[in-house]
Each structure stands twice: as structure tokens, then as C-alpha cells.
Write a protein that binds this ligand. Sequence first.
Ligand SMILES: [Zn+2]
Ligand SMILES: [Zn+2]
Length: 107
Amino acid sequence: MKAFKGCVNRECKAYKTRVSYKEKFEYCPHCGEKLEYVCANCWKVLEQNDQRLCVGCSVEKEEKKEQKKEKVINAGKAIVGVAPVIWKQKDKIVDFTKKAVNVIKKK
Ligand SMILES: [Zn+2]
Ligand SMILES: [Zn+2]
């Protein structure tokens, strides 16, 4: 994804509120400062405009993605771990249901 432009004048409203501008904008409409390609996350000036995030932020993002994947795998393992326990208990569960039915019948 392509980077967007942003005002890097720290005194400017557009900087403080992190307004992003399209490619065709050259100068900030608020302060007249020249716009730079900035990182969508940390607002650092980018040297290239072919990425939305600076190197630091894209690494961070990748790491978060990896962590998420791991969590999903762990959750899967937990379910697999629980299934056999339920299976072993199934007779008891059936028993219990029968008893419950009997109780209802007696009434
Ligand atoms: Zn500005
Ligand atoms: Zn960044």
C-alpha cells in the first residue's frame, strides 16, 4: 500500500490531529509547510512512499500478526485437549440424562 502525505510541522493543527493528504497535495493547507510522506502509525517521515508504515512499525505489525497466529494455534490445541475428556465422560452424561428422565417420569 502506498504511503500518504502528512504535515510534519509540529506546531500545525494538521500535524497534531494527524491529517493525511493525497499524493496531489504538495503543501499543507493549514500552515503552508511542504508535505512529506509519513508513517501511518508513528508519523515519521518516510524515505520511500511505497509502504504505509516505516520499517520499525511494519516489523512491529508483523510481530503482532505472528503472536495472533500462535494464540489461534494454542486455542486449537486446548480444544483438542478437552475433547477426549468429554468423550470419556459421555457414558456418565448419558446415565445422568436417563436418571433425569426417570425422575421426570416418576413425577
Ligand atoms: Zn501544516
Ligand atoms: Zn512508523
